[in-house]
Design a protein around this ligand. Structure first.
Ligand SMILES: Cc1cc2nc3c(=O)[nH]c(=O)nc-3n(C[C@H](O)[C@H](O)[C@H](O)COP(=O)(O)OP(=O)(O)OC[C@H]3O[C@@H](n4cnc5c(N)ncnc54)[C@H](O)[C@@H]3O)c2cc1C
Ligand code: SF4
Ligand code: SF4
Ligand code: SF4
Length: 385
């Protein structure tokens, strides 16, 4: 026998209170239940219309991220917003068709869904690429081009960047770059933790006062704390002025792990000209040939700290840079602070960088990846009992 989606009673199909909605027939106990449902259905249709071009999110995402890990607070928002969901004890359960409208996921108090919740505060999003010749960047070479501008203009004394070790290929070495040549040599990504703060402290001790610093969110957060915390040396004694430039980051892998992985393909790290991780694959470039492997092959070598990291886009940076969202050869850029916004746009005006506004569909890709990273937060065990 059908169930009245409002009062949840079993109703005979002979009831005079019936509604047809989205190809399904609903049976009601009385006119009040029918009216409540009809009003709700009308609103759902309106919300769905506004969500038409947004990403599809079905109940299974809510089940996977929130219900299964036990994060559901049994607030009742999802059954209240969809006739296909009921509460079974304290657990929401899908009992009807799901059109993947995303309403239940977006209304749940336990999910992170707002733009600010996913990528932090931004001033303006861009797609950009270097307009300088000779920059062989990981994506659009924008980090390197912007640093070159800041150095040429005397806005910074140096930049803390990471280069590949000469003796041990692809081992990251943080350096204090004071010349354009050093910057050009640092372009490209190394997918292993780099101890950038050590180089930053060395630069401060050498008397550098205006310093650009490049790193993923874990590095940027260290700078933020050293700078802002009452225990922070930069804040208390040294008064250095740091421009934190963040890199989007999903994962890093141990150097030895990457070496073993490459050896398993009968290659050596010496052979590899560039590495790129995207869309679940790792691409290795050798003699201008691109070799593509499943990223899951690197799972055993993933840094354990990255499993607990929820910040894709370096939310505490002055500007953040990433590959996701934009086409090949472009960098996704989020200006965040006033200073970051000014310097980036000055570099554009001075002809170091070409830029355009980030399109909505490009931003949607960033938000999707950011959401994948934020859900790690749901998996962290916060209290034993
Ligand atoms: C470990 C890591 C993981 C990343 N994961 C993602 C991701 O999942 N999705 C995404 O969209 N983007 C990711 N990025 C960012 C992306 O690879 C590019 O760095 C970014 O798009 C900027 O490209 P670009 O061509 O403008 O920069 P470039 O001009 O090539 O400059 C890159 C800068 O990164 C610095 N750098 C390289 N390796 C490191 C390191 N290990 N630690 C600190 N600094 C480093 C270099 O010194 C250089 O200054 C990751 C970067 C790193 C380093
Ligand atoms: S609210 Fe939308 S996504 Fe959630 S179960 Fe109902 S139809 Fe599916
Ligand atoms: S909206 Fe979220 S917290 Fe509330 S009952 Fe549904 S899954 Fe649980
Ligand atoms: S995933 Fe997080 S912890 Fe790991 S390197 Fe990237 S920013 Fe740092």
């Amino acid at each position: 026998m059908p169930i009245d989606p409002i009062c949840k009673r079993e109703i005979p199909k002979t009831t005079p209170y019936i509604t047809e909605s989205e190809g399904k027939t609903y049976y009601f106990h009385d006119p009040e239940c029918k009216k409540k449902f009809d009003d709700m259905a009308k609103n759902i249709v309106r919300v769905k219309r506004s969500l038409k071009d947004k990403e599809k999110i079905s109940f299974s995402r809510l089940r996977k991220d929130i219900i299964k890990p036990g994060i559901c607070a049994a607030c009742g928002a999802c059954p209240a917003s969809c006739p296909s969901i009921i509460m079974e004890g304290e657990k929401p359960k899908l009992i009807g068709p799901c059109t993947a409208c995303g309403i239940c996921y977006n209304q749940c108090p336990r999910t992170i869904t707002t733009e600010e919740g996913l990528i932090g505060r931004i001033r303006h999003p861009y797609a950009a690429r270097s307009a300088l010749k000779g920059v062989k960047g990981q994506d659009g070479g924008v980090v390197t081009a912007m640093l070159a501008y800041a150095l040429d203009e005397g806005l910074i004394d140096c930049a803390i960047v990471t280069v590949r070790s000469r003796d041990d290929p692809w081992r990251p070495v943080p350096i204090i770059a004071t010349t354009t040549d050093e910057l050009l040599a640092s372009a490209g990504s190394i997918y292993t933790h780099s101890m950038t703060i050590q180089a930053l402290m060395n630069a401060v001790q050498q008397g550098m006062r205006s310093i650009a610093f490049v790193g993923p969110s874990c590095n940027i957060d260290a700078v933020y704390k050293i700078y802002k915390s009452p225990y922070g040396l930069l804040h208390m004694f040294m008064r250095a002025n740091i421009l934190p430039l963040g890199l989007f980051c999903m994962d890093t892998f141990s150097h030895e792990g990457i070496e073993d992985f490459v050896a398993s393909k009968h290659l050596t790290l010496d052979d590899i000209e560039s590495m790129k991780i995207r869309r679940g694959k790792i691409e290795l470039e050798k003699d201008s040939e691109t070799l593509v492997y499943d990223l899951s092959e690197l799972d055993p070598y993933r840094s354990s700290s990255c499993k607990y990291c929820t910040d894709l886009t370096a939310e505490n940076a002055a500007i953040s840079f990433g590959g996701v969202g934009t086409p090949d050869g472009w960098t996704t850029v989020f200006t965040r602070s006033g200073r970051g916004y000014e310097i980036f746009n000055e570099a554009v005006e001075a002809g170091y960088i070409e830029s355009r506004d980030l399109e909505e569909k490009e931003m949607a890709r960033v938000l999707n990846l950011a959401r994948m990273k934020k859900v790690q937060k749901y998996g962290v065990i916060r209290r034993e009992k």
